[in-house]
Each structure stands twice: as structure tokens, then as C-alpha cells.
Ligand binder design. Structure first.
Ligand code: PMP
Ligand code: GLN
Length: 388
């Protein structure tokens, strides 16, 4: 018997993060591929979750999230960005940003609608759009600047354009969009009545004095943005998978309808830990940023000393290396495969974030690691360089 499956998933490869982490384990490599820190995250946040596990309820929390977490999310964004969110009608908790994205896309895209994705695009967006019968329309942001322009957006706009997924700070490019680009995007959304699903999971990981500006805070955008955050990135706890969605009541309500049948809810003790963490003093967030900025500089400087051309990282846990500009005329996937197998270091080929005709000369490296891991990674990348 031949079974037929949903073609969206039947035709998909396994995500590059899993592939590279698998190869990294298999070859005993240093893993600078998948983005996760090699520290354990803040003790107090983990202790709060541990206490809640033992002393609190372990039964289903409310479908939209623990009230204390929804309030903490609203308070957090008021403190950092001046957003005014009513926690009861505008905030809900999800199982990570991945679920938030799935719920938002399921709730907002009807079959036949088009969704604009900016390439390189984080890998779950296009399958999530297709799974609900939508069509992705890709806008390529060309390296090295990768700027958003009105012309590029208008070129893919039509009567079916329903939403855009906007990732800022951007993974994998490690870019923080400029105020001018945010304005271009907001004006385009308003002009064409487009909803922006704003993947802002890296909002606290911005460097060199940059400040994150939620697209939602721009004129005319409060009623057309679905803002998505993730505790995994804010607290270096990527395994927790606690995400949150903030949106105007009408949008939050429909996203909640999708969420109720995706996961319904999220582990209550982790929600308690995150509610506590979001209320931590400003110094926690500043120190966390400073720690990762130092690691970024260590990896960047070390790679440059080995002759790699590094594209400056403005935010996230990542830096990108331009292989061609480093004198390596080799395809990114081939480089990553030999690097992990023969030099013992895992990286992510940026071509994995393109639908077609990918940029093939850039690899992404994660610097959210201890100094000794970064140093060993640099040494092994230098070895990988000598393979070609
Ligand atoms: N969006 C982007 C841009 C990401 O980089 C990630 C993970 N690093 C996610 C979504 C997924 O977040 P979560 O682990 O909370 O599902
Ligand atoms: N977002 C992480 C990254 O960019 C990976 C998350 C995952 O593996 N699903 O590396």
C-alpha cells in the first residue's frame, strides 16, 4: 500500500539545526551550529521554576497562560519599550516562539492568501505558511547590507498579500534593522492593510548600544502587529520553550483559538520561572548583553586573525563568515560538512535559509559559548580552512 502524506511535510528535509547538531555529536565536534548557550542560565530563575515544580500546581494551567506571566509580559514591555498592553486581552503564552509562529500563521492565513518572507528566512516560516494553504512570496535581502526597501516589498505585493513575517533582530544575518527600514515596512503594511507577525525573539540580544524597537510601537502598527517573544533567548534557557504573543485584542483572540488546539498550554512551573525572570532588574539584561557581546568579539577577533572575513554581528547569538571574501571558493554546505567531519567544528550553512537560488558563500557561527569553547572553535575553523 502506498500512503500519501501532506506534501508540505513529505517534501521537507530535517531542519539544518538538527542535522548539524547530530553530525556534531557523531563526530565529537565543537558545536557552533545550532544556537544555544553552553551555560546553564540564571540560577534564580531556575530555582523559582524548581520550587514551583515541587510546591505549586502541576495540573493544566489556564489555556492563555498563567495570569502572573501574562501580567509580567505586559509589565516587561511597558518597562523596556513603553508598550501599553492589556494583559487580559492582549497577551498569551505559548510553548516557545515556534508555537507562537504556528498559531499566528494558522490563525491569520486562509487558503490562497500570500505571506511575505524576507530571505534569508528562519526555516520554520515557509512550511508553516504552506501547511495552512498559504503561498510564501520571498523578498531577498542581499548581503552584505541586506536592507529592506519599498521597491522590493512592492514587487511581491498583490491583492492576496495578507501578512509578512518580520524577524528583528534577524537570524541568521545577525542584523538589527534601522529606524528607516522599520518605517518603510510599517508604511507598506498600512498602505496594503498587511498584518506583521513580528518574530522578536532576539529583542534583548542587541549590541554596541543599539536599542530594539518593536515594530508594534510605530505609528499605525499597534492594531496590525503580532509580537512574538521567547524566554529561551532572554534567559539563555532554550530548552524551556516558553513563548509569548502580544497583539491587539482582535488578533490575540484569533491566535488564541489556534493555540488552544496546538498545545493548549505550557508547563506551569516554567511559566512561574519566566514570570519571575521578566521582572528582574535592568542590570540582569544589561549584563547578559555585555556577556554575549564579549563572546561575539572574542569569536570575531579570533576568526579575523585566522584570515576569515567576518560580517559584523549587530545582534542575536551569531556571526557570519563570508567564505568567498575569506579566499575560500567553496559552497557553504560543502564547507560545513567537511568542517564537522574532518576538523571537528559544526557551523550552519546560510543557504539553508533560502527557498531557491541560495547565497552559497556564508556560514553562521554561534558565539554563545564559554571562552574555551570559542577558542577551540576558532582553532578548528582554522584547520577547516586549511582543508580547502
Ligand atoms: N525564531 C527565531 C528567529 C529563532 O532564532 C528561534 C530560535 N532560535 C525561534 C524563532 C524559536 O524560538 P523557540 O525556541 O522559543 O521556539
Ligand atoms: N533558533 C535556533 C538557531 O537558530 C535553533 C532552534 C532549533 O533548533 N529549532 O540556531
Amino acid at each position: 500500500m502506498t500512503r500519501s502524506f501532506n506534501p508540505v511535510f513529505a517534501s521537507l528535509p530535517t531542519t539544518i539545526f538538527t542535522v548539524m547538531s547530530g553530525l556534531s555529536v557523531e563526530h565529537g565536534a565543537i558545536n557552533l551550529g545550532q544556537g544555544f548557550p553552553d551555560n546553564e542560565g540564571p540560577d534564580d530563575v531556575r530555582a523559582r521554576a524548581a520550587d514551583a515544580l515541587m510546591a505549586g500546581s502541576n495540573q493544566y494551567p489556564p489555556m492563555l497562560g498563567l495570569p502572573e506571566l501574562r501580567q509580567a509580559v505586559a509589565d516587561h514591555y511597558r518597562r523596556f519599550h513603553g508598550l501599553e498592553l492589556d494583559w487580559k486581552s492582549q497577551v498569551l503564552v505559548t510553548s516557545g516562539a515556534t508555537e507562537a509562529l504556528a498559531a499566528a500563521i494558522m490563525a491569520l492565513v486562509a487558503p490562497g492568501d500570500e505571506a511575505v518572507l524576507l530571505e534569508p528566512a528562519y526555516d520554520c516560516y515557509a512550511p508553516q505558511v504552506r501547511a495552512v494553504g498559504g503561498t510564501p512570496r520571498f523578498v531577498r535581502l542581499e548581503p552584505p547590507q541586506r536592507r529592506i526597501t519599498t521597491e522590493a516589498l512592492e514587487a511581491v505585493t498583490g491583492p492576496k498579500t495578507k501578512l509578512i513575517v518580520f524577524n528583528n533582530p534577524q537570524n541568521p544575518a545577525a542584523r538589527v534593522y534601522s529606524p528607516e527600514e522599520l518605517k518603510v515596512l510599517a508604511d507598506w503594511c498600512v498602505r496594503h492593510d498587511v498584518v506583521a507577525v513580528c518574530d522578536e525573539v532576539w529583542e534583548h540580544l542587541v549590541f554596541d548600544g543599539r536599542r530594539h524597537t518593536p515594530l508594534m510601537s510605530l505609528a499605525g502598527m499597534a492594531e496590525r502587529c503580532v509580537k512574538i517573544g521567547s524566554a529561551g533567548k532572554i534567559f539563555s534557557l532554550t530548552g524551556w520553550k516558553v513563548g509569548f504573543v502580544c497583539a491587539a485584542p482582535e488578533l490575540a483572540a484569533i491566535v488564541g483559538k489556534a493555540h488552544q488546539f496546538l498545545t493548549f498550554t505550557t508547563a506551569p512551573n516554567l511559566q512561574t520561572g519566566v514570570a519571575y525572570g521578566l521582572g528582574k532588574a535592568d542590570s540582569y539584561f544589561q549584563d547578559m548583553r555585555a556577556y554575549y557581546a564579549r563572546s561575539r568579539d572574542r569569536l570575531t577577533d579570533g576568526l579575523k586573525a585566522e584570515g576569515f572575513a567576518v560580517i559584523p554581528s549587530e545582534g542575536t547569538y551569531f556571526v557570519n563568515v563570508d567564505l568567498a571574501a575569506s579566499g575560500l571558493n567553496i559552497d557553504d554546505a560543502a564547507f560545513c560538512l567537511r568542517a564537522v567531519k574532518e576538523a571537528g567544528v559544526a557551523a550552519i550553512p546560510v543557504s539553508a535559509f533560502y527557498e531557491s537560488d541560495p547565497v552559497r558563500n556564508v556560514v553562521r557561527l554561534c558565539f554563545a559559548k564559554r571562552d574555551q569553547t570559542i577558542d577551540a572553535g576558532i582553532e578548528r575553523l582554522a584547520k577547516a580552512r586549511r582543508l580547502f
